[in-house]
Design a protein around this ligand. Structure first.
Ligand code: RTP
Ligand code: MG
Length: 147
């Protein structure tokens, strides 16, 4: 079954909308198979966002992600990589539709509440970067045949 890495960024934790974000994914029908609140090190932030290391905003991005704890999750479900990105909305909140997480809660491209893996390859890389194998679970949700 497909898995993705999703993280509520420091602004989402500070604004107390972790529960709201988790709830949206649960209600959609995705299964939480791993989750933790953590303070991100500079090394982890730089590795996570390594694809952006030449971009002018890289320093600010790393400073922001390490400024306060994040809530990291691994979600599982059909097409979860693409669906989670759709539920998050466009990167820049000025373009993200109402009903999406960024569309409903964010106004600033730098503080846009949530990260989600952008491809199957990114998801695999990010899950391995953020979670140890023993932090991930496998269990049956008995209602899953309905969704
Ligand atoms: P993310 O990686 O955080 O899920 O966001 P994304 O895929 O939608 O966007 P991406 O292009 O990967 O950019 C990563 C994060 O960098 C910040 N950003 N700032 N100031 C800027 O022009 C700018 N552009 C991107 C955003 O916070 C974005 O989420
Ligand atoms: Mg990205």
């Amino acid at each position: 079954m497909e898995r993705t890495f999703v993280m509520v960024k420091p602004d989402g934790v500070q604004r107390c909308i972790v529960g709201e974000v988790v709830s949206r994914f649960e209600k959609k029908g995705f299964k939480i198979v791993g989750a933790k609140l953590l303070q991100v090190s500079k090394e982890l932030a730089e590795e996570h966002y390594e694809q952006h290391k030449e971009r002018p905003f890289f320093g600010e991005l790393v400073d922001f992600i390490t400024s306060s704890p994040v809530f990291a999750m691994v979600l599982e479900g059909n097409n979860v990589v693409t669906s989670a990105r759709t539920m998050m909305g466009a990167t820049n909140p000025k373009d993200s539709a109402p009903g999406t997480i960024r569309g409903d809660y964010a106004v600033n491209i730098g503080m846009n509440i949530i990260h989600g893996s952008d491809s199957l390859e990114s998801a695999e890389r990010e899950i391995n970067l953020w979670f140890k194998n023993e932090e991930l679970t496998q269990y049956d949700v008995t209602v899953s045949k309905w969704i």
